[in-house]
Ligand binder design. Sequence first.
Ligand SMILES: [Zn+2]
Length: 93
Amino acid sequence: MPTPAQRSRSFRKKKVNTPSGKAMIHYLKKKPGPARCAVCKLPLHGVPSDLPARIRKLSKTKKRPSRPYGGNLCPACTRQAIKSKNMARWKND
Ligand SMILES: [Zn+2]
């Protein structure tokens, strides 16, 4: 029987065979879903989805694409945003 804290469906269960031959269940935290585009909600590429503690260990360049709106908008929506009114705001920056 797992400890009361582990009696929750928010844990992912992994069956593990220990060296002693016992079959055990390991309770792991679930990973969050993929990062999605803020406009069209498509999953973003180049943005890792993992536990925040592990994401924090990554370098900044491994967390999102290094282009304007990288990690926030998908390429198609980025193109639209740049072509529309937002372009004027950019030139001032
Ligand atoms: Zn999009």
